[in-house]
Design a protein around this ligand. Sequence first.
Ligand SMILES: Cc1cc2nc3c(=O)[nH]c(=O)nc-3n(C[C@H](O)[C@H](O)[C@H](O)COP(=O)(O)OP(=O)(O)OC[C@H]3O[C@@H](n4cnc5c(N)ncnc54)[C@H](O)[C@@H]3O)c2cc1C
Length: 385
Amino acid sequence: MTYDLDHPEIREAVAKLCEGFPGEYWRECDRQTAYPTAFVQALTEGGFLSALIPEAYGGLGIPLSAAAAILEEIHQAGCNAAACHAQMYTMGTVLRHGSQEQKAAYLPKIASGELRLQAFGVTEPTSGTDTTSLRTTARRSGDKYIINGQKIWTSRAEHSDLLLLLARTTSKDQVKKKTDGLSVFLVDMRMVPKRSLSIRPIKTMMNHSATELFFNDMEIPTSSLVGEEGKGFRYILSGMNAERILIAAECIGDAKWFIKKTCNYANERIIFNRPIGQNQGIQFPIARAYSQMRAAELMVREGARLYEAGSTSGEEANLAKLLSADASWAAAEACVQTHGGFGFAEEYDVERKYREARLYQVAPISTNLVLSYVAEHVLGMARSY
Ligand SMILES: Cc1cc2nc3c(=O)[nH]c(=O)nc-3n(C[C@H](O)[C@H](O)[C@H](O)COP(=O)(O)OP(=O)(O)OC[C@H]3O[C@@H](n4cnc5c(N)ncnc54)[C@H](O)[C@@H]3O)c2cc1C
């Protein structure tokens, strides 16, 4: 089947929805450090967050490029999909590796929004990027697993029913490869006793609903295990390419928002009796950011095309994430600089988007780690870690 990678009807529908959530809505959420519930609800009701869930499970069952178009459009409109994008792709691990029972029990409810799967617990304070050194353990005891440990930066845990959790089931010194012995669990956080799971919000430079989680003998049924015990690391990795392409699409949307906002302001602002955009010192950073964005956009599309063709799109997905995060950051810089003092004023939304765009140099994977992937896995240089 061939698809129009532009998905114009989807873009139009998303853009229309986003009109109901202008800058003032996001500024107010920011001021209150509030979760954008109404926005997430509208996206859920529109079915957009179920984009990648097959129709058989009640989702839209549309391709990755269409999901990317949804996220790009949200960001291009000045909104922020980081409040809920995980609902779109975190279920991929369950879809690909879960049992028939798990898929039947959870996917239709995730598709309808009755259940929120927005939380993904991998990163820990001591291990950081070195995922295989994580310390959270899951010990089997009869028909239960008992979880102990800590996660950090688990986004949206307070606004999610389910948590996809990566924990060690066999200690590192007892496995042949350090990537073995990790397992994935689909934890229903509504069912675990409050004393065994505490969720602590972390205030960040942007309104992101980040949290840290503490597990204290948290008991979950063995039916929470996704796929086979010990194979969790590769299950998580199998979802990374889709995630990279989707986040890259958000960055493209951000870059487009910044560029449009910057050009408008450059044309309107009169200083020394002429528009500031007449000065090449103003024009060139914007033109450069636009060029970077267009090149990155092509890589996002190539990543999505290969992914949809069933190819391993690791190189393209990583490059798409790297290039589009750089493009959105270049556009953010040009936007603040062009706005002069007004770039710092809340009412222009520039400073909010600037803070939001900065995240993608670090999460969900930091720039250095993408470069390391390219150097070692694409260019064949020696492993550095
Ligand atoms: C707002 C926010 C939301 C997040 N949401 C989630 C979430 O929902 N779930 C989740 O599991 N995680 C989440 N993360 C975590 C995120 O994925 C990590 O912050 C990121 O992967 C980097 O890990 P770290 O912070 O531990 O940095 P570290 O691993 O401590 O690294 C610090 C710096 O050193 C660099 N570095 C480390 N090792 C190397 C190396 N070998 N070579 C070169 N440079 C290196 C890194 O690139 C980075 O710049 C979130 C983070 C943030 C800030």
